[in-house]
Design a protein around this ligand. Structure first.
Ligand SMILES: *Cc1c(COP(=O)(O)O)cnc(C)c1O
Length: 365
């Protein structure tokens, strides 16, 4: 994990944010990169907010001593928000029920204020208050505003198709967001606004408002079609556990899906689908080994893959790069995702600990 790459990406994104604040989203353990080290690197590089999905994720940042503003946005009904309120974590509210839950936590603690971000569903159809119920939610929140302990810091929403610049839904969502803001203002609130994810940060300066929320681009993976100067922070490495010669006509791995047509050298690499190498890549992946990309042959197993090295000299113990920045021609997480018909978000969040261990470069900053 290259924390200097995170710093580079966050500084680039903060510079593209039209003067808006930059929140770096570190949900899912920092997209599989480690939430706490990523959060620290992001704050070094100019981020001023952190985003977590659950309250537990937000509290992990606080437990590590990170004092920066944190927003947490999705928990199940019945969650007790007192720990989040006590830790000064901003809480997203999508419904009157959630508003009551936060208010209960505030009451229970007595004296601790809570900052809330009211979330409107402008068309993603997922988390967030439907427009029909928005005026009532805003009024309920405004009523608490009169008291000393609950404050609406922001209204916010999330885009469905920002990674397809020009998609008509983006403008529709933006219009509904404008409407939601007007309703909030008419109810007497003076909230900040945030809407843009990585893709909208890179392509829609008109939607930056007071803060952008960047996730994937901070990790160096580009969500938009246009090229961007981002550096992937995650490199997935292993080494050759064993080499051997096999004869023409021999087959490799479960199901014997691959048979060599010539005598060849195989290199065994001790990673498999239990580490995060998707089995769906069987027959369709390469790794960087001894100076170039070489095909993985036969099926990806739970613990092992086998690389065909032809007549080249490869040594046991030699480094193997499964994916990285692509700078030396090695595969990237994005290439894996494209082969599988998925997105690179799923690849980097799919690295399985404790089998895969993390090592950080640039830690001292
Ligand atoms: C994950 C997430 C983001 C970041 O999205 P990216 O596409 O990774 O930039 C922003 N906002 C919300 C609500 C999210 O859940």
């Amino acid at each position: 994990m290259d924390l200097d790459a995170i710093r580079h990406n966050v500084a680039l994104l903060a510079g593209r944010a039209s003067g808006a604040a930059t929140m770096v989203v570190v949900k899912a353990d920092g997209y599989g990169h480690g939430a706490v080290p990523v959060a620290r690197a992001a704050l070094d590089a100019g981020a001023t907010w952190l985003g977590a999905c659950s309250m537990a994720e937000a509290l992990e940042l606080r437990a590590a001593g990170i004092r920066a503003p944190v927003l947490s946005w999705l928990d199940v009904p019945g969650t007790d928000f007192s720990d989040a309120v006590a830790a000064g974590v901003d809480i997203s509210v999508s419904s009157p029920r959630e508003l009551r839950a936060v208010h209960q936590a505030v009451d229970l603690l007595g004296g601790h204020g809570a900052h809330i971000h009211l979330k409107i569903d402008t068309g993603l159809g997922r988390n967030g208050c439907p427009p029909e119920e928005w005026p009532a939610l805003v009024r309920a929140a405004a009523a608490h505003e009169a008291g000393p302990h609950m404050h609406v810091r922001a209204i916010w929403s999330h885009l469905a198709c920002a990674d397809e610049p020009g998609h008509p839904s983006i403008d529709v969502q933006a219009e509904r967001f404008e409407w939601a803001y007007r309703v909030a203002r008419e109810a007497g609130l003076h909230p900040l606004r945030h809407l843009a994810n990585s893709a909208a940060t890179l392509t829609r300066p008109d939607l930056h408002f007071d803060m952008v929320r960047v996730g994937i681009a901070a990790y160096g993976l580009n969500p938009v079609p246009q090229p961007e100067n981002l550096i992937p922070a995650m490199t997935f490495r292993s080494s050759v556990a064993l080499t051997k010669r096999i004869r023409s006509g021999e087959s490799v791995s479960y199901g014997h899906t691959w048979t060599t047509q010539r005598d060849t050298t195989l290199a065994l690499v001790p990673v498999g689908y239990a580490d995060g190498v998707p089995r769906g890549l069987s027959g369709d992946m390469r790794v960087h080994l001894a100076g170039r990309n070489r095909p993985v042959v036969g099926r990806v197993c739970m613990d092992q893959i086998v690389v065909d090295c032809g007549d080249d000299q490869v040594s046991e113990g030699e480094d193997v790069t499964l994916f990285g920045t692509g700078k030396d021609g090695e595969p990237t997480a994005t290439e894996w995702a494209n082969t599988l018909g998925t997105i690179d978000y799923e690849i980097v969040t799919g690295m399985r600990r404790p089998r895969v261990t993390r090592r950080y470069l640039g830690e001292s900053g």
